[in-house]
Design a protein around this ligand. Structure first.
Ligand SMILES: C[C@@](CO)(OP(=O)(O)O)[C@H](O)COP(=O)(O)OP(=O)(O)OC[C@H]1O[C@@H](n2ccc(N)nc2=O)[C@H](O)[C@@H]1O
Ligand SMILES: Nc1ncnc2c1ncn2[C@@H]1O[C@H](COP(=O)(O)OP(=O)(O)O)[C@@H](O)[C@H]1O
Length: 294
């Protein structure tokens, strides 16, 4: 059995304040994208877990732990603890989503593991039970259980679903540097130009089905926190904006999301990135709606 996962971009993200539990309240628009991983399940007497990322550069593969610390394995252990299920399974994770990129890749694997095991082990957990487990695994996991388009508040787990527009082409561009989500949040000093009003504007544009306009009016507090530290992020964003492309950073970065009117533009941009000698990984994908997940 194969379970697909889908990653996400944030079209706008405002960090609002730090909470007593150490997390930050945020206000963001989540949008799921087709770029995702696969988890394969086969019958086996005990649980064995493996993984690989043949389509990603070696340095990225080396960042992904295919052991108990993998978020997908944490999801498996959480489901075992909750249900008491002792069934085995040979489980293989095929990674396509760059790790530590602001795309929610690990969280999407945790979500896919919950959805996959519910079917593979015939656990019959309800949506409410699955969402509770998702909530305990990470702030992004609840959104990634269903995908689509949603405004996320609280630590990102309070979801207000919005209509999803038709699929739009995107170029996902990941500079080589990696950013730890926790370290990025720790740089927040209680001020940002990006506020809930910014996200209101983005939400209104998304409701009109104007994804490009939503991106143009969005902002991301993490850009303010990370651009002064990593000039390469400014170079990367400018590379696309100077060519007239609407470009935003997703999540805690460092990935830039470039809006494309046609898929062909991606090929031109990929050539230009290569010609300019940049080592950025670029992947073509599309936005997608929540009906695609099950
Ligand atoms: C920034 C965002 C935006 O969507 O995405 P990524 O850039 O990671 O993809 C998320 O908030 C990331 O969510 P997720 O990656 O699930 O984070 P978690 O595992 O819950 O938390 C990792 C660490 O990030 C910090 N954290 C996370 C979420 C939040 N609202 N406030 C925080 O302060 C905490 O220090 C926490 O220990
Ligand atoms: N299944 C997984 N896929 C990717 N990274 C994982 C996974 N499980 C644990 N990790 C660890 O989580 C870190 C953050 O990865 P990821 O969830 O993809 O990033 P982000 O939070 O930026 O979306 C990685 O650097 C890696 O060490």
């Amino acid at each position: 059995m194969e379970q697909l996962s889908f990653s996400k971009i944030n079209i706008g993200l405002a960090i609002l304040n730090k909470r007593d539990d150490g997390y930050h309240n945020i206000d963001t628009i989540f949008q799921s994208i087709y770029l995702g991983d696969s988890i394969y399940f086969a019958k086996h007497h005990s649980v064995v877990f493996s993984g690989m990322a043949p389509e990603l550069p070696t340095y990225m593969n080396d960042m992904i732990p295919y052991d108990e610390s993998n978020l997908a394995m944490k999801a498996l252990r959480a489901i075992q603890a909750y249900t008491g299920c002792t069934t085995g399974g040979a489980i293989h994770l095929l990674k396509r989503v760059p790790p530590a990129a602001g795309l929610g890749g690990g969280s999407s694997d945790a979500a896919a593991m919950l959805l996959g095991l519910n079917k593979f082990w015939d656990l019959r957990l309800t949506e409410k039970e699955l969402m509770k487990l998702a909530n305990d695994l990470g702030s992004d996991v609840p959104f990634l259980m269903k995908g689509g388009t949603a405004r996320g508040t609280g630590r990102g787990e309070i979801l207000n679903y919005l209509p999803t527009d038709k699929p739009h082409w995107l170029l996902i561009v990941k500079p080589e540097l990696s950013v730890s989500t926790a370290a990025a949040y720790n740089r927040f000093n209680n001020q940002s130009q990006v506020t809930s009003e910014t996200i209101d504007t983005v939400e209104n544009a998304m409701r009109e089905g104007a994804v490009k306009k939503a991106m143009q009016h969005s902002g991301n507090t993490f850009e303010e926190l990370l651009f002064p530290l990593h000039p390469e992020l400014i170079t990367c964003k400018d590379f696309f904006t100077s060519r007239g492309y609407t470009t935003i950073m997703t999540g805690s970065g460092p990935t830039m999301v470039v809006y494309l009117d046609t898929a062909l533009e991606a090929l031109t941009l990929q050539e230009e990135i290569k010609k300019a000698g940049h080592t950025w990984l670029s992947l073509i994908t599309k936005t997608h709606g929540k009906e695609a997940l099950s």
